[in-house]
Write a protein that binds this ligand. Structure first.
Ligand SMILES: *Cc1c(COP(=O)(O)O)cnc(C)c1O
Length: 377
């Protein structure tokens, strides 16, 4: 079976893990600090603006935990990740789902504007498949209305919008390094906060709420086992095994993206002439001047639900795994009380199919995928 996502992990990562073992310190420590430093360089921000945590979901929970008061509304594009809505609801907020553009599956300033009320606290958006939303108008609107922007940057680890990395365009951003992403550490994440003092608060809450001058710091001369906390916090730090893998993966990231871009372009070129398929080529072409994608997913759109479903089964029978990301949140039964009618997203959920895209795909596999799609009709 050709996988839809697949990590690239090998000898370099194994060597880095061995070094952690040999150091006898596998907890959070120097490698985590180093990863934070290197990642801050990679996205061009100060190290005081970012921290590692154990998942993007946890990052969104922590951000909502410091921001929300009960009844606050957070606008979330319905083509988004379940953890985003959970983070809002768990912290007393109300998710307000909004629609997306039918082809890019990204939300736009118009869809956000329609959902603003005097209770809107934040917008929590994603950059679908690695392509940046058109952020300038969104940032302008949110500034005018005093609404915070949180970027779920899980799909867009290396995405650039007008010269700047996504994830650090708004007030908060969260990356994911889980097993199905591009840069993979097993589990892991980076949280960005524009305001370092809020980040510090999140950091404290992510480590049991411990005050650093208390016993957990080795600088206390006497009775170092006594301590105090400032908040009943959780423990969502990462260990140095995770960070050691991350350091190697970060050094390989550019190569991963280059290969994904090649495959993306090959799909565009090889599927464009089929009049029964829509490809993301127009997004690719219009983005060339001011955006750079992370090429996280490649998606095609069919004319109706039954054609899409049949193609998915046909490809599966030919050992090619496909899926659709992300099933609209407003259709999830558990969130029924927040239900809306969001026609673009509903149509996209019926007709869109994500096909394999990862840097480990071999040329003959990519050709085989194209050939099978072309032979479907
Ligand atoms: C994978 C993913 C997440 C979750 O990341 P975790 O690190 O597994 O919590 C969040 N948002 C999007 C868009 C994702 O694709």
């Amino acid at each position: 079976m050709i996988n839809i996502f697949q990590p690239s992990l090998g000898d370099q990562e194994l060597q880095a893990i061995k070094e952690v073992f040999d150091s006898n310190w596998i907890g959070t420590g120097p490698r985590t600090k180093k990863f934070e430093e290197q990642f801050s360089k990679f996205i061009g921000v100060d190290p005081d603006n970012i921290m590692m945590t154990n998942s993007c979901t946890e990052g969104m929970f922590q951000i909502c935990n410091v921001l929300l008061t009960p009844g606050d509304e957070v606008i979330i594009p319905t083509i988004g990740f379940v953890g985003a809505a959970n983070a809002v609801i768990s912290n007393g907020g109300i998710p307000v789902f909004c629609d997306v553009d039918p082809l890019s599956l990204n939300t736009t300033v118009e869809f956000i504007k329609n959902k603003i009320t005097d209770k809107t606290k934040a917008v929590l958006l994603i950059h679908y498949a690695g392509w940046a939303c058109d952020m300038d108008p969104i940032i302008k609107l949110c500034k005018e209305k005093d609404i915070l922007i949180i970027e779920d940057n899980a799909c867009s680890v290396a995405t650039i919008y007008k010269g700047k990395p996504t994830g650090a365009l708004g007030d908060f951003g969260v990356w994911s390094f889980d097993s199905m992403k591009i840069l993979v550490t097993g589990d892991g994440s980076i949280i960005y906060a524009k305001d370092p003092s809020i980040l510090k608060k999140i950091k404290t809450r992510s480590y049991l709420g411990l005050l650093s001058e208390s016993g957990y710091s080795s600088s206390v001369d006497q009775k170092w086992w006594e301590y105090n906390i400032s908040y009943p916090g959780r423990r969502s730090v990462v260990n140095d095994i995770t960070s050691a893998i991350g350091l190697v993966q970060l050094s390989r990231l550019e190569g991963f993206i280059d290969r994904r871009k090649q495959i993306h372009e090959y799909y565009n070129e090889s599927l464009n002439d089929l009049d029964w398929i829509k490809t993301p080529t127009p997004i690719y072409e219009s983005g060339l001047s001011d955006r750079e994608s992370s090429y996280y997913m490649y998606w095609i759109q069919l004319q109706d639900e039954s054609t899409r479903d049949k193609l998915a089964v046909y490809l599966k029978e030919n050992d090619i795994y496909t899926t659709f990301r992300y099933y609209p949140l407003h259709l999830v039964k558990y969130y029924n009380q927040y239900h809306e009618q969001l026609p673009n997203a509903e149509k996209a959920a019926d007709t869109t199919l994500c096909i394999p895209l990862h840097q480990a795909l071999k040329a003959e596999e990519v050709e085989c995928i194209v050939e099978k799609i072309r032979s479907f009709k």
